[in-house]
Design a protein around this ligand. Sequence first.
Ligand code: ZN
Length: 155
Amino acid sequence: MALENLRDLYQQVILERYKKPRHRGKTEPTDRYQKGHNPSCGDTIELTLKLSPAGDQIEDVKFEGEGCAIAMASADLMAEAIRGKTLDEALQMVQRFQTMMQGKDEFPPELRKLNVMQGVSQFPVRIKCATLTWHTLKAALEASNAQAVGVVSNE
Ligand code: ZN
């Protein structure tokens, strides 16, 4: 597939997720809550997580917020990808996403949907839009309860 067509495909997926997100809302119950903000674009995101009874696995994750197509699509794709993952696995995915945004890595086949965001790494000003949801997730996972510790800013 020509690189240009591939870019078009990525854009289509991003726009489709933006228009028809599959994981918007709030989890019930909410075991973790975290708000994140990306001042450079104005994206705001609120993540809620439902954890397993032992607290070591993500059973559900949803997001609410306002922002550009990249920020919202990234949140929706992330929510899908981290469902069922352990907290450790999710934190490793945060790390891998950041490395991917530096153009150095990508996700394995079972998580290839996330690689749609790879194209964003070519547009430095938009990287913060794509990583906002992952920064917010990291803060949510590192919190010890459902109380939001202020707002995460990725500035
Ligand atoms: Zn944005």
